[in-house]
Every structure is written in structure tokens, then in C-alpha cells.
Write a protein that binds this ligand. Structure first.
Ligand SMILES: Nc1ncnc2c1ncn2[C@@H]1O[C@H](COP(=O)(O)OP(=O)(O)O)[C@@H](O)[C@H]1O
Ligand SMILES: [Mg+2]
Length: 391
């Protein structure tokens, strides 16, 4: 047997340890396919902050796996490399009194209290206490949080250093976290302070706030992130091969990836990673490589679907999922209720459960669709409700 330390075991022509693709939640891909408009919005925010101006707040929305977390992480990297201070929060419905969010905010923003001019800035709630920064209560956790953001913005203005605040999964805490944050951002923008807010969440995130017509949503731009079209997929696959090893990728390969992944970014990364590991020629990725990669990706995706299925609550939600699969994976709710012979009202708790668990979403009023391409086919093929999947 060969010693793998002396003779690396490789199946393909490219070094697997140099594989640039990043399948996995929240991982920054080597190239963002099809996201030029989304990245342009973020760049605008970063550019304004580096000039000391107040940018608009941006909310990226999309189903799980389209690249929201990765996009925020990438923009933070870019912001830091331009000298901005970055603060990252993840909304959590368990953090109702905002303890965790406030602690992160203060920890990551603490540097501003040492910044130039900081001692001249009148602060509403922040203060130094035995070496670290605390926020005095402003009455409620929300009010305290809102003022703390305002204080950080004032310090940023005094120091002449822009701050980028990113918040992921905002749908988890719209009332508790998002509202005070947007109110604070609205105020700091009026004062032209250099604090920028990039948010992300599921497709319906903040929709009630927009519906209520709150003034602080006026300056909140919505950017919807969807599945990649063929050009987007081609960019995400081709650019890393070209940049890293100067390899070309055949059109047939791009067709196979687009067909197999449905343009779902997480699957596109899986495809890219498998193509890299299996490519037989270091200068050109061919259809035969795509066939081999397809087998590997298929196994990973099946395992992922089994895992998703286990998240389907039993009872009506199961019947709802199977019916939606039979209807092709996207349908009018009225078609679903007719097929199940149930009223909207009777089905609505089950609908909410599958949406809350990220299995389905509403691509339009009164419509329901699975969030991941291929899931409907998988349900029809394996009939997991009839025991097709080992529990
Ligand atoms: N535009 C893109 N092109 C290709 N791959 C992407 C793109 N955006 C994200 N990805 C990849 O998709 C996967 C899911 O990204 P993630 O940020 O976790 O999604 P979300 O936060 O929306 O659930 C990751 O592997 C990431 O590298
Ligand atoms: Mg995410």
C-alpha cells in the first residue's frame, strides 16, 4: 500500500486540497454567480461608509441556501479590508430581551469608545465600566438597544470611521430586534452618521413592517435573491477553474450542472467541488467528468432530502408536502386545499409549519412552493410517507 504522506492519493488531475469550492451553509463561495446587482448594492453601502456618509439600509431576502449568509460574510471582509469596523448579529427568537445581541454589539463596537473624539461625544446609554463597555437601561431592552446603536453611530461620526452592521436571519426577531434597529438606523441616517445596515432573512422577512407602512422602512431597500440562471451557474463554476488553474469548462458541463442543481447555489457548490476532485484533465472539464460528479452529488443531495423529510411534521403537514410534490412542487393554495379536501383555515397551521421550517415558501400571494429544486421529484420518486425512507 502506498503511503499517502509520500504519494498523495488523488482521483483526479487537480490537487483536492486546493479545491476552491465551498459547499456548506454560510461559506463564502470562490465566486458569486449571478449576484452582480446584489453585490453592487452592498458595494454602494461600503463606498458611502468609507466616505463617511450614511448609506441606505439593505435587506436581502431569499430561501435557505441561496447565499444570504455568505454574501453578508463576504461584504464584511470587503468592508474590513477598507478600514471599516464591522459588527455582526444573528437574530434569534430565543433572545427576547436582546441580551445576546446587545453583548455582541457592545463587544464588537467597543473599539469606537477608544477612537479619536470619543470623549466629546454625548452618549445616551453607553459607558465604560471597569474596562468594558456596558449600556445603561433606557427603560426596555428595545429602547436600550436602539440607543446603543445610536451611540455607536455618534462615535463613528466623531472618529470618522464607518461602521457596517450586518444582521442575519432577521425574520427570527422582527418585533424585538429588527424594529429598534431600523428605528435607530432611520435616525442615524437623518443625522448623516456613517453607520450602514445590511440585513438578511427569509422571503417574507419584514413584510409586516412594510405593510404597516412604518416610516423607517422607507429607506430600506429590498433585494430578492433567487435561484441562479444558467449564466449565473456558469459564472460560479467557470470563474474558479479559470482563475485557480486556467482550466476551461465545456458547455455540456454547465448544462449538466444547471440541470442537476436547478441553480440552487448550495448544490452548485457541491457540483463545483465534485468536478474539481474528479476532473481527469487539468486544463479542461468535460462531460465525462460531469457524469462522474453527478453520481457523487446525487448521493449528497439524496441524504440532504432525507434530512429535510425528517423535518416534516407528521399529520396534515405530511399530507400537505406530499400533495405539493404531486402538484409539481409549486401550486396555488386553493389547488392544495381542493386536492386534500380541506378548507384554507383547516390547512393553515400545517402550511405555517412547513414555511417556518424552511421547507416551503410563498413565491406569490396564495401560492406555495418548495424551497429547494428537486425536492418534489424526490418525494414523488421515494414516497417517504409510505415508508420509502428509513426512519
Ligand atoms: N451566488 C452564488 N453562486 C454560487 N454559490 C453560492 C452563491 N451564493 C452562495 N453560494 C453557496 O451556497 C451555499 C449556501 O449559502 P448560504 O450563504 O449558507 O445561504 P443562505 O444563508 O441563504 O441559507 C454555500 O455553499 C455558498 O458558498
Ligand atoms: Mg444563512
Amino acid at each position: 500500500m502506498a503511503n499517502p504522506f509520500e504519494q498523495p492519493v488523488t482521483t483526479g488531475a487537480l490537487d483536492p486540497t486546493a479545491n476552491p469550492f465551498r459547499p456548506g451553509m454560510g461559506r463564502v463561495p470562490p465566486d458569486f454567480g449571478g449576484r452582480e446587482p446584489a453585490l453592487r448594492r452592498a458595494k454602494h453601502v461600503v463606498d458611502q461608509l468609507t466616505r463617511g456618509q450614511a448609506p441606505p439600509a439593505v435587506l436581502y431576502r431569499g430561501v435557505r441556501g441561496v447565499g444570504k449568509t455568505a454574501l453578508l460574510a463576504y461584504v464584511r471582509q470587503q468592508a474590513r479590508s477598507r478600514g471599516l469596523l464591522t459588527i455582526h448579529l444573528e437574530a434569534d427568537r430565543g433572545d427576547a430581551d436582546l441580551t445576546a445581541s446587545r453583548e455582541t454589539l457592545l463587544r464588537d463596537g467597543a473599539a469606537l469608545l477608544d477612537g479619536p473624539g470619543s470623549t466629546e461625544v454625548p452618549l445616551a446609554v453607553l459607558e465604560r465600566r471597569s474596562g468594558h463597555v456596558v449600556a445603561r437601561s433606557a427603560g426596555s431592552p428595545q429602547a436600550t438597544f436602539e440607543r446603543a446603536v445610536g451611540d455607536l453611530a455618534a462615535l463613528a461620526g466623531a472618529a470618522g470611521r464607518g461602521v457596517l452592521l450586518t444582521v442575519d436571519e432577521v425574520h427570527e426577531a422582527e418585533e424585538t430586534l429588527l424594529k429598534p434597529l431600523l428605528r435607530a438606523a432611520h435616525r442615524t441616517a437623518q443625522d448623516d452618521l456613517p453607520i450602514g445596515v445590511l440585513l438578511s432573512g427569509l422571503p417574507a422577512a419584514a413584510e409586516t413592517l412594510f405593510d404597516e407602512g412604518q416610516t423607517y422602512t422607507e429607506r430600506l431597500e429590498r433585494v430578492e435573491l433567487g435561484l441562479l440562471d444558467r449564466d449565473g451557474t456558469a459564472e460560479a463554476i467557470r470563474s474558479p477553474f479559470a482563475r485557480e488553474v486556467g482550466a476551461e469548462v465545456d458547455e455540456f458541463v454547465i448544462d449538466a450542472v444547471q440541470d442537476g442543481s436547478g441553480g440552487y447555489p448550495w448544490f452548485v457548490q457541491l457540483w463545483g467541488a465534485a468536478l474539481w476532485d474528479l476532473a481527469g484533465d487539468p486544463t479542461r472539464v468535460r462531460l465525462e467528468d460531469a457524469r462522474a460528479a453527478g453520481v457523487e452529488v446525487h448521493e449528497r443531495v439524496e441524504a440532504f432530502f432525507v434530512d429535510r423529510w425528517r423535518r416534516v411534521p407528521s399529520g396534515r403537514a405530511t399530507r400537505l408536502v406530499v400533495t405539493l410534490a404531486e402538484l409539481g412542487g409549486e401550486a396555488e393554495m386553493s389547488e392544495v386545499t381542493t386536492a386534500l379536501d380541506l378548507t384554507h383555515q383547516a390547512l393553515s397551521p400545517a402550511r405555517r409549519e412547513v414555511v417556518d421550517r424552511g421547507l416551503a415558501w410563498a413565491p406569490g400571494r396564495g401560492r406555495l412552493a418548495f424551497t429547494v429544486p428537486g425536492f418534489a421529484d424526490w418525494v414523488r420518486r421515494t414516497r417517504p410517507d409510505e415508508g420509502g425512507v428509513p426512519g
